[in-house]
Design a protein around this ligand. Structure first.
Ligand SMILES: [Zn+2]
Length: 642
């Protein structure tokens, strides 16, 4: 292993065994879109990477390879965690084909993508991310050797737009093989990209400046992690500082309350509860934040990833089946149909509805990556021990100081505040066990073998317990959560621990028969509200939290493991907007434009003004239920208040 500047490193995926609701989620992925991606239509119903020539209509294009590589990355992670033989066999076929069909010079992948430029090599960056995970599962040294040969042949400069993201793969291959040529190649490639793209928001210079980024959200998150990765392998601090400042700008006022950057599809400053993000950004941003934490050990990066993965992610998918997802999702959305996208980009189209393919193919591919990466990053290795970073039920069987250690993490987190760790080992040994104390938790406590443990458990820190551990040791970490009420863009929202809460709205799921890209197993839906939602919160009456028994799948409105009851009044004349005409935004590589289009549109209304509330508020008080954001598909998260 090379010298590196990782504070924390991933554990081997073969050491991780998800349990409880997390295993159920992954099983649902395998039964849903991850295992049946062909329901999302072209290109997922085609050969994927099992071909060197493409494609539909006889035209070669790189994007089908990008989308299928996203899926491949999520599917290989999910299949590995579940030991799901059928899904593993399906991804293995694609990896084996690519490895078996290389050019003389080592080039891997479709023939037409060998030519430099035009983003031809960006899909490779996504593919190699999946391939290097497959390597971690199999330990087959032929894999990094083949990837090294591909890069060392230097058939592309990798400097056009997202092509530079191959730097991630070059560094991963360097990490696996120790071949210094790849480290030098990664550094040169990045320097040349910066030189050729001086206006890009994610060059180190622009990240360090006060200039706000307005790039495409996914591109920005893919780019910003490259300087962090270069820091991790070179120790050059200026790289790390640039990425830290980039995220500082994003976290300040460009992120939605569910933890993801406003990105519909370009970054912007958050103004309202209707502001949305693309589902791809949930996967791309949390993946990048993993490297930020690995480099710094700073808990805030893990907190943001947790917020996104436990709120934005379940909020953007059909949590009954993992059979559909939104392209855009927002804190407030009270209709999710083929005419309800309230964002400018493709306004009035199906992009906010839950279906196997809600508009464009990137999100149906990327959505498969998010929760497997949560599970894979629950524990991380430190030079002197192990860190529990993201919580949830799991059994990890790993080695610390070359000694086998099994830790069973028993918890219903994030639905319960207690997390217990049971240590099993054949011989006692000394190491440090780190635990993330989230920024939201002000009163953490820790019990070791039934006795209070007096170490620092400061909010927003990594608690460290260094001792000689013996077989049977039991640690119980309590992270009690309080209901927080926050004012936001003219309304109010409620949060408890890592979870946001949204109004429970009864859902009327109707299959959209006009949609071609669906299957009997995974239908496309138009979703409408069938209970009132037009409430104004009475903030003078204290909200109350009630715990409910944890169900196998806790991510639906009727199986929520807890709810907040709040006092509210009804608001007259605050209705869904019905429009016959809309201004619709479009974009391509070079420009953005809008056109006025006719249709029968249904849009979620913005929050009402103070004057409107005073004029239309009713007298009667109701006690309404809020459930975790991730349980809802229609939601009001930011509510008006009186
Ligand atoms: Zn997308």
């Amino acid at each position: 292993m090379q010298e590196s500047f990782f504070k924390f490193k991933e554990v081997s995926p073969t050491e991780i065994n998800p349990r409880g609701w997390l295993k159920n989620w992954l099983d649902m992925q395998a039964r849903g879109l991850t295992g049946h991606i062909e329901a999302a239509g072209y290109p997922f119903n085609g050969p994927g990477w099992e071909t060197r020539n493409l494609v539909e209509g006889g035209q070669d294009d790189w994007w089908p390879f990008e989308q299928t590589a996203y899926w491949l990355d999520g599917a290989v992670r999910c299949a590995g965690l579940l030991h799901n033989k059928a899904l593993l066999a399906r991804v293995k076929k694609q990896f084996d084909y690519v490895l078996a069909h290389h050019d003389e010079d080592g080039y891997l992948g479709p023939h037409f993508m060998k030519a430099a430029g035009n983003n031809h090599r960006w899909p490779h960056a996504v593919f190699f991310r999946a391939l290097m995970h497959y390597y971690k599962l199999t330990g087959d040294a032929k894999i990094p050797a083949a990837a090294a040969k591909h890069f060392k042949s230097r058939t592309s400069p990798h400097i056009f737009h997202r092509e530079v993201c191959n730097v991630e793969a070059m560094l991963a291959v360097f990490g696996a093989t120790g071949n210094k040529e790849l480290l030098l190649l990664a550094q040169d490639t990045y320097k040349n990209w910066v030189k050729n793209n001086p206006k890009n928001d994610a060059t180190p210079k622009n990240l360090l400046s006060s200039r706000k980024p307005f790039d495409h959200g996914v591109s920005f998150n893919e780019f910003i992690k490259l300087p962090v990765l270069l820091y991790l392998y070179t120790g050059k601090k200026e790289y790390l500082k640039a990425a830290q400042n980039g995220y500082k700008k994003l976290f300040k006022d460009m992120s939605i309350i569910d933890g993801v950057c406003l990105s519909a599809e370009h970054l912007d400053t958050v103004k309202s509860a209707l502001d949305s993000h693309e589902t791809c950004d949930i996967s791309a941003q949390t993946w990048a934040l993993g490297f930020m934490f690995a480099a710094t050990g700073d808990v805030k990066y893990a907190d943001f990833a947790e917020l996104a993965l436990l709120n934005a992610l379940p909020g953007a998918v059909n949590t009954h089946t993992f059979g559909g997802l939104q392209y855009f999702s927002a804190p407030n959305q009270i209709v999710a149909a083929n005419n309800s996208n309230h964002n400018l980009f493709h306004r009035g189209q199906k992009w906010m509805s839950y279906r196997p393919n809600p508009g464009t193919e990137c999100c149906p591919g990327e959505v498969n990556r998010a929760m497997p990466n949560y599970v894979l990053k629950q524990f991380l290795k430190a030079s002197d021990g192990l860190a529990a970073l993201l919580y949830g039920p799991q059994i990890i069987k790993t080695k610390i100081n070359a000694q086998s250690v099994t830790i069973e993490e028993k918890t219903d987190y994030p639905f319960d505040s207690d997390i217990s760790f049971c240590f099993k080992m054949s011989r006692a040994q000394e190491f440090t066990f780190y635990m993330r104390i989230p920024c939201w938790c002000k009163n953490a406590s820790l019990m070791l073998n039934g006795k209070a443990c007096k170490i620092s458990l400061k909010s927003g820190s990594l608690a460290a317990l260094k001792r000689k551990w013996t077989d049977g040791d039991k640690l119980v970490l309590s992270l009690p959560a309080e209901i927080e009420t926050h004012k936001y863009s003219g309304g109010v929202y409620f949060k408890r621990g890592p979870l946001l809460y949204s109004l429970k709205i009864e859902e009327d799921w109707k299959i959209d028969k006009t949609e071609k890209r669906q299957s009997k197993l995974l239908p496309a839906y138009n979703l409408y509200a069938k209970s009132p939602w037009n409430y104004v919160i009475d903030t003078k009456i204290k909200p109350v939290f009630t715990v409910k028994k944890l169900q196998k799948n806790p991510w639906t409105i009727n199986s929520a493991a807890g709810e907040i009851t709040v006092a509210a009044r009804k608001l007259k004349n605050w209705n869904i907007i019905k429009a016959k005409q809309a201004e619709v935004g479009y974009a391509d590589w070079n420009k953005r434009w809008t056109v006025k289009e006719k249709g029968n549109f249904l849009f979620t209304p913005p929050l009402p003004s103070r004057g409107f509330i005073q004029k239309n508020i009713s007298k009667e008080t109701y006690f309404i239920k809020l459930v975790p954001y991730g349980c809802t598909h229609l939601r009001l998260t930011v509510l008006p208040f009186k």
